[in-house]
Ligand binder design. Structure first.
Ligand code: HEM
Ligand SMILES: CC(C)=CCC/C(C)=C/CC/C(C)=C/COP(=O)(O)OP(=O)(O)O
Length: 316
């Protein structure tokens, strides 16, 4: 089965007849490696920040399973969305629209990675962690990709939960239970996702229009999307410092979170309040998107540094 149909716009040099045989790089691309490295990093930080200890080999296995799961889920997302990806400039060069990988192969690859990740996690680490991992794959692939994304502009608000699971799963791998702190880590990523994604969605709006996906800027309009992003950024600030306020972390994390969230909010304000987008190539939106990635990376780094400084953490 080919990834593109005759009625869809063709990706540059993307005809199946021109396609090269797939190699490992194409399969690697199916795992969405750039996005997934931050997903895996937040999981690692959740694991390292959790109270208690874990054998380094088990800890490594757990992170490997989360990486496998995230990659498998990414491949299943690309399998399901091959036709949509072919219609969007940003995604046209992916292996399926380019015809470099057969659609069924992408599905099998995703299923194999996802299945293996859950089984290994259960057998080698913890069945509660394995269940949460299975649920996050299901949430991203079925709830977000198949169900919500083509139907509602709230797709990423609800679907964002999938990307918020990894630090919680990392935490469970160490403690075997779900307590307030991992729920807060979940909530922070959940709140961060709308401004992260909508900043990008604002400048790739024509892509989503071409693919007929009701992302917020397309469905509710740019002004509404901007205001909503601002609301999530405002809420993110107190939420991000909540672990410090309730005494679960020290000042290293608390002050870092305060500073990072203040900058995040300061960058969301011009995006949230602007009414005219003429002439600047959406620079504030691009700046916010880039900072959103640094934000999460830095926040979770601060969490681990804080816990290590306090003598807590999985390897302490
Ligand atoms: C449902 C929730 C989310 C949606 C819809 C979303 C959407 C996107 C999209 C469309 C891109 C552009 C990707 C590309 O062009 O390849 C992107 C980039 C990115 N996202 Fe998200 N994202 C979500 C959640 C997350 C989460 C939870 C993380 C990490 C914890 C994350 C980390 C990243 C990173 C690191 C990039 C930049 C990739 C690069 O370097 O090109 N995202 N996101
Ligand atoms: C452990 C586990 C299963 C983790 C999953 C992590 C997860 C759900 C991350 C979400 C980030 C992501 C790839 C969004 C892309 O949205 P999209 O699919 O709408 O973007 P696209 O248009 O680039 O395909």
């Amino acid at each position: 089965m080919t990834a593109i149909s005759a009625t869809q716009p063709q990706a540059p040099q993307a005809t199946v007849s021109q396609s090269m045989p797939a190699d490992w790089r194409d399969f690697f691309a199916l795992t969405k490696p750039k996005v997934m490295r931050l997903v895996v990093f937040t999981a690692l930080c959740g694991l390292l920040a959790a109270p208690g200890s874990i054998h380094p080999v088990i800890g490594f296995t757990a992170i490997l399973c989360i990486a496998l799961a995230a990659g498998g889920a990414g491949a299943l997302n690309m399998w399901w969305e091959a036709d949509i990806d072919a219609k969007m400039k940003r995604t046209q060069a992916r292996p399926l629209p380019m015809g470099r990988i057969q659609r069924g192969d992408a599905r099998d690859f995703g299923l194999l990675m996802s299945g293996a990740s859950v089984m290994i996690m259960g057998l080698a680490v913890h069945w509660l962690a394995a269940s949460a991992l299975a649920f996050s794959i299901f949430f991203y692939v079925v709830i977000y990709t198949m169900w919500l994304k083509p139907r509602t502009p709230q797709n990423i608000v609800i679907g964002g939960a999938a990307g918020a699971f990894p630090p919680l799963i990392g935490w469970i791998c160490v403690t075997g239970e779900i307590t307030l702190m991992p729920i807060l880590l979940f909530a922070i990523i959940f709140m961060w996702t709308p401004p992260h994604f909508w900043a990008l969605a604002l400048w790739v709006k024509p892509d989503y229009a071409a693919a007929n996906i009701p992302m917020m800027p397309n469905a509710a309009g740019e002004t509404s999307t901007r205001r909503q992003s601002l609301i999530y950024s405002v809420l993110l600030l107190p939420l991000s410092i909540a672990p410090w306020i309730i005494g679960e972390t020290g000042a290293i994390y608390g002050i870092s979170a305060l500073m990072l969230s203040s900058v995040f909010l300061a960058l969301t304000v011009p995006v949230g309040l602007r009414t005219s987008v003429e002439g600047d190539g959406m620079k504030p939106e691009k700046k916010l998107f880039a900072f959103s990635i640094f934000y999460l990376f830095a926040l979770f780094t601060a969490l681990v540094v804080d816990r290590v400084a306090a003598g807590f953490g999985a390897f302490a």
